[in-house]
Ligand binder design. Sequence first.
Ligand code: NAP
Length: 484
Amino acid sequence: MVSRVIPVDEFDLVIFGGTGDLARRKILPALFRRFQTGQMTKDSRIIGAARSGYSNEDYRAEMKAALEEFLEKESRPAREVKAFLERVHYVSIDATGKSGWKELKALMRPGVVQAFYFSVAPSLFGPLAERLQEWKCALKDARLVVEKPFGRDLETARQLNKTLRDYFDESQIYRIDHYLGKETVQNLMAVRFGNMLFEPLWNSQHVDHVQITVAETVGVNGRGAYYDKSGAMRDMVQNHLMQLLCLIAMEPPSRFDPDAVRDEKLKVIRALDPVPAENIARGQYVSDDAGESYLDQVGNPDSATESFIALKIQVSNWRWAGVPFYLRTGKKLKARQSEIAIVFKDAPHSIFGQDVGRHRNILTIRLQPNEGINLRVTIKEPGPGGMRLVDVPLDMTFKEALGAESDDIADAYERLIMDVIRGNQTLFMRGDEVEAAWAWTDPIIAGWKERGDRPSPYDSGSTGPEDAAILLHREGRKWREIRA
Ligand code: NAP
């Protein structure tokens, strides 16, 4: 199988925050990889923009160093890096002042796709959007890409949406949730809507429950000050896990187009029940390898912010009535593992009697590691000795199934940036979706504050606090293993 790379239209992509961590670590390496495949055409340009007073040459040297730091040596031949960097430019600009805007305006070319990536603090979104219009840098159909966090509650998200929409149309705004750009996440839609096999079973009649796990081994690292104001609920659940839940729970859209998909996701968010306190378990890690606790790392001994959260969520509609969705995510856990598991109900009657034990089909969509899909099915245990049943996996790791081609599976940022250039908003969150997600999240967080709830301690390298296990145990269920 040879994948076809269809070049995108010629573009000018301006990265505000072009000297920052995200630009160095993700955006530039992603663009380089698309350049290597031929998807980024040779006349397209990347324009880094930040206050630092670099020349084009200084900036190219910085970005060369970034590619060297974040890409394997064998994947970045010097000739290709050189050719790529010739397409990279820099303008020194102040998002809140006047300097640099005339120079940026002079650089922009009419007749090519224009995209402006706001890889800066959200407080700069307004000043940037305003100046792009004021200095006439943006053409009528220019695209804005904005990064998370998109607000910290409903009020701030509304304010951000309003600020952007004062200057740009919703159809021009691309809110990135990189989870939506992952190959497996899109495969979730392909599996659901491209096969006859699963969709008829995708409902409360056949599904016992759904589990979504995003487990990280890292702690807050250098992000302690930011993270402590956010926590797992804001940082992971409101956006990434919520998006995964939507893709599982949504009705089939009539077409795979931006508004059809996003309308269906929005309906799911609006169908979420409020979550009572007894359906939430929060945790804080107490020590890591160096003996440091969450509290040490954020430098706030009184912090009540959670580094782990598990929730039981109900989607109140005909399809999902009575089917719990269990979500959990946390830092400093036993292993790095992200997966969605659809746990089907037991067969209604066992013709093999009670002795064969309990067997269930489970469809697992693995996001990391080893992106792939696994279906657990029940078969007869081989050999003589009567009818004994055993569960075996039908396992498809994309790398194995697709062979060499899978080495070319684009990283989420590669795919999403190319979608921006193509003008395809399907994998980006719409403003009303983000607001609806905050409208559901806010009362949960407000409840903790009102009650003075504190997260429970859990050991680094564990699977989270005991309360999380109880959340399922009390209903005769258990979490899927987090495997080291
Ligand atoms: P960062 O390393 O602090 O970079 C911030 C960038 O903004 C720098 O390039 C800085 O350059 C520029 N900047 C600051 N003030 C400016 C101004 N007044 N005018 C023009 N440029 C200005 O931040 P980051 O980690 O790259 O993150 C950028 C955004 O992405 C943030 O909103 C963050 O929350 C989000 N995000 C980051 C990550 C990540 O992995 N890093 C992941 C998801 C989301 P100068 O100082 O030279 O002006």
